[in-house]
Design a protein. Structure first.
Length: 312
C-alpha cells in the first residue's frame, strides 16, 4: 500500500502513520502550511498543493484526516470550518479524480456529529439514518460526505466514509474532555490545587481508543465497499461522569469537582452511541483496547507532560 495521509501531524494522523508503517505500507505524511515535521504540505485552500502532494506520492490510498475538528472552534468560526472541512474536501476529491492512471481510494474521516440529537428509538445510530448535524463542525462533515459521495456516483471516485465516534487516547490535546480531566488530575497529583473544572457530565459517548480507530481506517482501505459509509464505534456509551470517576480512581487523588459554565456547550448532543455491525461484517474489525487501559494511558501521558512542564 502507498498511503498519503492528510492531517498527518494531528492526534489521529500520527497514530495512523505509525500503524501504517508497522503494517509495511509506504507512507507519505502530509501536514498543513504551518507544519514543519511532515514530508509533504497540503493546504486545503490551495488546490495546487494537493495536486503536488498526489504527484509526489502516487498513492493507492488517500486517508483524508485533515480538518478543523474541535466543536467549540466551529461555533466560534463556522465559515472557516466549512472552508477547511467541506470545500477543502471537495478540492481534494477533484485533485484525486484528476490523478494520472487509476485514481487512489479515498478513506474519509467523518464524524458521528453528523447524526445530531436523535429519538430514543433511533439508538444505536445506524448509517442509514438521515443527517441532523447540530453544530457547524457536524454540518461541515455532513457536507463533505455528500460531496465525496456525489463524486463517487457521478464520476466513479473510489470513496469510503468512516463515521468515527469519540476518539480518545495518548497524544490528544487538552482541549478535549478526557485529556482535560487527566491533565488537571496530573497537576493535582503534582501538588496543585485539588479543584477540577468540568462541563456537562451527564452527556454519554461511544468512546474508542485512537489505536483501534486507525486499525479501522486501515481495514476500510483494504476491504471497505466503494461508495459506502461505516460507523467506527464500540456500540456502547458511557457517561462523562463515569469517565471522570475512572480517571480520579486512576490518579488516586482527592478532588473537588466544580462545573465551569465556560465548558458547557449550548449545542451539546446528550447521547451518542453507534451500531458497528456494518463495519464488523465487512472487515471483521472489533476494538481491542478497553476503556480503562486507554484512560490509564491518557493519564500517564498527561503526568509525563506535566512533569516536563515543571522541569522546563
Amino acid at each position: 500500500m502507498r498511503a498519503l495521509v492528510t492531517g498527518a501531524s494531528g492526534f489521529v494522523g500520527k497514530h495512523l502513520v505509525d500503524a501504517l508503517r508497522r503494517d509495511g505500507a509506504q507512507v507519505f505524511p502530509c501536514g498543513g502550511p504551518h507544519d514543519a515535521d511532515t514530508e509533504l504540505i497540503v493546504d486545503l485552500g490551495r488546490p495546487e498543493t494537493i495536486r503536488a502532494a498526489l504527484d509526489a506520492a502516487r498513492p493507492s490510498v488517500v486517508f483524508h484526516l485533515a480538518a478543523q475538528s474541535f466543536v467549540p472552534e466551529s461555533l466560534a468560526a463556522p465559515i472557516e470550518t466549512y472552508e477547511i472541512n467541506a470545500l477543502g474536501t471537495a478540492r481534494l476529491a477533484d485533485a484525486v479524480r484528476a490523478c494520472d492512471g487509476a485514481p487512489p481510494r479515498v478513506v474519509f474521516a467523518s464524524s458521528a456529529e453528523v447524526y445530531g440529537v436523535r429519538g430514543a428509538d433511533e439508538y444505536p445510530l445506524r448509517e442509514s439514518l438521515d443527517l441532523r448535524p447540530r453544530n457547524p463542525y457536524g454540518a461541515s462533515k455532513a457536507a463533505a460526505e455528500m460531496m465525496l459521495l456525489a463524486q463517487a456516483r457521478s464520476f466513479g471516485l473510489d470513496v469510503v466514509v468512516a463515521r468515527v465516534f469519540n476518539t480518545i487516547g495518548p497524544g490528544q490535546t487538552e482541549r478535549f474532555v478526557t485529556v482535560s480531566f487527566a491533565t488537571q488530575l496530573a497537576r493535582i497529583a503534582a501538588g496543585g490545587t485539588p479543584r477540577l473544572l468540568v462541563g456537562n457530565l451527564r452527556a454519554a459517548r461511544d468512546f474508542l481508543d485512537v489505536r483501534d480507530v486507525v486499525k479501522a481506517y486501515i481495514e476500510l482501505a483494504r476491504r471497505g465497499e466503494p461508495g459506502e459509509i461505516y460507523n467506527v464505534c464500540s456500540g456502547g456509551a458511557i457517561a462523562i461522569r463515569d469517565v471522570l470517576r475512572e480517571l480520579i480512581a486512576i490518579a488516586g487523588v482527592p478532588v473537588e469537582v466544580r462545573e465551569d459554565p465556560a465548558r458547557v456547550r449550548a449545542s451539546e448532543v446528550p447521547l451518542s452511541v453507534g451500531d458497528p455491525q456494518k463495519l464488523r461484517a465487512r472487515t471483521g474489525w472489533v476494538p481491542q483496547i478497553p476503556l480503562q487501559r486507554c484512560l490509564r494511558d491518557v493519564f500517564e501521558a498527561a503526568r509525563e507532560r506535566v512533569a516536563l512542564e515543571a522541569a522546563s
